[in-house]
Design a protein around this ligand. Structure first.
Ligand SMILES: *Cc1c(COP(=O)(O)O)cnc(C)c1O
Length: 526
């Protein structure tokens, strides 16, 4: 009998374990090397994959152009910060901001910078509100504003105000305390889903605005891809013209954003470029119906095909299209598929506060299935007065509105095509229209003005055209005078012409960023 066999079993076990462990420490050294190699290999593999997808997505020339632009932007950024230049740029920015401030922030009013010691009387508050409502402003009431107020008729405003009155105290986070609010929100979602031909299992939520609808849909797409496909480096492919909220979602939720050109003449997203950019990390495709800059609808059917084939989430941004696009066909206008009838469409954002005519602060995020929606779940639903607008208008109300709005837009387009004018600076025309009291929207890439036709505009579109004609005539006159004086003569430049003139010619838009940030600061200036 050997000593070890006389040992208790448990002791023998641990003895054997010690014996077995000895060579392990030697192999640990070897393993460490192996581990290092594996990590290095993974690293190389990862970057090779990235380079491969980059080259496949943008091509060699496209990638070089991208690189060239990035370098240009960085170098120009240094130039802007160089001594001598920096001061001049800052001076120009602050001059521009001072001009805006003079227009935007009144100086002759009583200011409440801290709480009054004694609360104001009800009557004083009423007086104060009345005064604020009547501050000098662009006349949306008379139809001088593009977008912003989509209905604005007194009878609807009155009913919405009553609805607000009835539910002022409501806190939607307590559905048991305010069951009526819950019911309204559920029904808003149901009505809008029906409008977009959603399948029976579809679901949605209300949100506080289009941007939030887009954010939550992007988040849901990311979460679904993570949960079901384990994607940790998500990417999305969006048209260059897609709403800025998608870029925001990319930044907020760490989703890499590929922007795809939308070339003339269709201004739709380039489908070939989209297809090339799809890779295993792609979690989301986006199409607009229509986009904000040009009002064009992307080829949603083609996007849907890719989405189905590659099993990717497709989001359709119908925030602006809201209740007009779904009524186009019924109202007898040309239409193209854009909604849940296309199998690839996983989610749609629709702003009830735009052409749904609900008060601002009301939008919807719609999903193909309740399971899709489950990936969103964090939401701060806003006040739901919208339901009153929705059922007050009814199906025929929206159909009627669609006819008037789109009909007017077509009349405006036809009228402009009748007398085309060339060689004028569009931003000069924009500034001229501003002087005449219009609040239109200036765009870039390409330079343009857009007018979102609303119910108030329908009534004054002829004034809009007359003013446009006279502004164009005045611009032509200035141009003729300039040519008579010799080509070199300069003419005075308006605010937007100056801003977009500068912005368009710069490789680095840092100055524009400064201006925009300064503008946001102004919004909270007392
Ligand atoms: C208005 C709009 C949105 C959302 O904007 P909100 O102001 O946040 O409601 C999104 N996409 C498009 C195309 C829009 O016009």
């Amino acid at each position: 009998m050997t000593g070890s066999s006389r040992m208790p079993v448990s002791l023998r076990e641990s003895f054997n374990q010690v014996k077995r462990r000895r060579p392990t420490s030697l192999s640990a050294v070897v393993n460490l090397d192996l581990l290092r190699n594996i990590i290095f290999l993974l690293f190389v593999l990862r970057w090779t994959r990235r380079a491969f997808w980059q080259l496949r997505g943008r091509g060699i020339i496209g990638s070089l152009v991208e690189l060239y632009r990035n370098i240009g932007r960085i170098l120009y950024g240094y130039f802007l910060r160089a001594p001598g230049v920096r001061g001049k740029v800052q001076k120009q920015v602050s001059d521009a901001l001072a001009k805006t401030e003079a227009k935007l922030v009144p100086t002759n009013l009583t200011k409440y910078l801290t709480l009054p010691k004694e609360g104001l009387s009800d009557d004083d508050v009423r007086k104060e509100l009345e005064m604020l409502a009547n501050l000098d402003h662009t006349k949306w009431e008379e139809g001088y504003v593009s977008g912003a107020v989509y209905h604005g008729e007194q009878d609807l405003i009155k009913l919405q105000t009553e609805a607000f009155g009835t539910f002022t105290v409501a806190n939607p986070i307590h559905p048991d305390v305010f069951p009526g609010v819950r019911k309204m929100e559920a029904e808003i979602v149901s009505m809008v889903l029906a409008l977009f031909n959603a399948p029976p299992d579809a679901a949605g939520t209300t949100t506080a605005g289009g941007t939030e609808s887009i954010l939550v849909c992007c988040l849901a797409a990311r979460q679904k891809a993570y949960a079901e496909r384990g994607i940790t480096e998500p990417e999305m492919i969006i048209p260059e013209t897609a709403h800025v909220a998608f870029r925001k979602a990319g930044d907020y939720f760490k989703i890499k954003v590929h922007r795809v050109p939308c070339p003339a003449p269709s201004y739709q997203v380039d489908m070939k470029a989209v297809a090339r950019l799809v890779n295993p990390n792609t979690i989301l495709l986006v199409g607009s119906a229509p986009n904000y800059p040009h009002g064009m609808i992307d080829d949603i059917a083609a996007l849907s095909k890719i989405a189905v084939k590659r099993k990717i989430w497709l989001h359709v941004d119908c925030c602006l299209g809201s209740f007009v696009i779904p009524y186009l066909e019924k109202a007898g206008f040309e239409s193209q598929p854009f909604d849940f009838r296309l199998k690839g469409v996983a989610s749609i954002s629709c702003d009830t506060h735009k052409y749904g005519f609900a008060p601002k602060g009301n939008s919807t995020a719609l999903y193909r299935s309740a399971q899709h929606r489950s990936y969103q779940y964090y939401v701060s639903p806003d006040w739901p007065g919208g339901v009153y607008a929705l059922i007050r208008m009814g199906d025929n109300g929206y159909l009627d509105a669609c006819g008037k709005l789109v009909g007017t837009a077509k009349k405006i387009a036809d009228k402009i095509r009748e007398t085309p004018s060339k060689n004028l600076n569009i931003y000069d025309i924009y500034d001229g229209m501003t002087t005449k009291g219009w609040h239109l929207n200036a765009l870039q890439d390409p330079p343009a003005i857009h007018v979102a036709v609303t119910v108030p505009i329908v009534k004054v579109w002829e004034t809009l055209m007359a003013d446009l004609e006279s502004v164009i005539e005045a611009e032509k006159e200035k141009e003729r005078a300039r040519i008579a004086q010799g080509k070199g003569a300069s003419k005075p430049v308006g605010d937007s012409a100056a801003l977009y003139g500068v912005a368009g010619s710069l490789p680095n838009k840092g100055v524009v960023v400064d201006l925009a940030a300064g503008f946001l600061d102004l919004l909270y200036k007392t």
